[in-house]
Design a protein around this ligand. Structure first.
Ligand SMILES: Cc1cc2nc3c(=O)[nH]c(=O)nc-3n(C[C@H](O)[C@H](O)[C@H](O)COP(=O)(O)OP(=O)(O)OC[C@H]3O[C@@H](n4cnc5c(N)ncnc54)[C@H](O)[C@@H]3O)c2cc1C
Length: 282
């Protein structure tokens, strides 16, 4: 989707400091992207589109899985189970009860009709993304009873910054995880593998998860090439580089989310460009 984005305009709403950071993102229509991924599943694979995973039981040979489709219960036998069911993964909760989960946020997004969209994007806690004739305003907010109020406050602050938010055409909400500790990540074990956000693979500093989801799927697939026996252990070992990446992002987080450190970094101009002039582009 247009426009493609090469610069992140970062606004520290507390201090008013602004900088541009060079980044290379691909702006996509998420639904079409997901349909395209699905279209690559080989025809020989049985698909149960629209079925909801309900339960998992260990049996002597592997697993019995129960799905619900059009109010009908379906049962499947499996030697291995892969949970790729997102931030609220039921596979993770059933297969690994009691193991720690990453900190949970609620992500709220509203789409505004916008005649003049600007190619800037900010991320984590709040972001704006231009998509064709719309501007998306989103925020990852702590789970409490102030979600709607704080989202309104964000829009008010953005309007104050000159963002012209037209009529709201779509509103979305979803859970979002933030793995602050490495033990929040659980790639699975004993015949159950977890991919993407189900495992906790998502950047704790920018809330970007698609590249982690794709990479974890690739590594899990590699572990299955050697057979289902012991695949979860192999997959877990192959993810060493991803764990290190998340560890480094957690080290970086205080410089983005502690107001004093953020101010220091933005003032220093490190890896960034000045915003010149501040509001003439809005
Ligand atoms: C508002 C918002 C904006 C984001 N923006 C970005 C971004 O710009 N860039 C980026 O990289 N990341 C972004 N992320 C994060 C990114 O979307 C996720 O990290 C990524 O989609 C995780 O992929 P996944 O396959 O693990 O899970 P998901 O994409 O969440 O897919 C899980 C799938 O499992 C299905 N499912 C769930 N439960 C069941 C069940 N019981 N039975 C059957 N099916 C089930 C769901 O319907 C869904 O299709 C954003 C997240 C949010 C919430």
């Amino acid at each position: 989707m247009g426009p493609q984005l090469f610069t992140v305009r970062t606004i520290d709403l507390q201090t008013g400091l602004e900088r541009y950071y060079q980044r290379f993102y691909i702006n996509v229509d998420r639904e079409k992207f997901d349909r395209w991924l699905l279209s690559m599943v080989p025809g020989s694979v049985d698909r149960r589109l629209g079925a909801v995973f309900k339960s998992l039981e260990r049996t002597g040979q592997g697993f019995k899985i129960t799905l619900l489709q059009d109010e009908k219960r379906l049962e499947e036998q499996a030697r291995a189970v892969i949970g790729a069911d997102g931030a609220f993964s039921m596979v993770r909760r059933i297969a690994f009860p009691g193991l720690p989960l990453p900190k949970k946020y609620i992500a709220v997004q509203e789409w505004f009709k916008s005649e003049r969209v600007l190619p800037y994007l900010t991320d984590f806690y709040c972001w704006t993304i231009p998509k064709e004739g719309c501007l998306i305003v989103g925020a990852a907010l702590a789970l409490d009873n102030q979600v709607a109020h704080r989202f309104e406050l964000l829009k008010e602050r953005l309007r104050h910054y000159g963002f012209k938010l037209g009529s709201c055409v779509k509103r979305e909400g979803s859970f979002l995880l933030r793995p602050e500790k490495l033990y929040h990540i659980n790639p699975g074990s004993d015949g159950v593998g977890l991919l993407g956000e189900a495992a906790g693979w998502i950047s704790p500093s920018s809330a970007e998860g698609i590249s982690y989801a794709l990479r974890s799927a690739m590594l899990c697939s590699r572990s299955l090439e050697e057979g289902t026996e012991g695949f979860a252990g192999r997959y877990s070992r192959y993810t060493g580089q991803m764990r290190r990446n998340i560890f480094i992002k957690n080290l970086k987080s205080p410089f983005m989310y502690s107001p004093a450190l953020r101010k220091m970094v933005m003032r220093s101009g490190l890896l960034s460009m000045d915003v010149q002039p501040p509001h003439s582009l809005l």
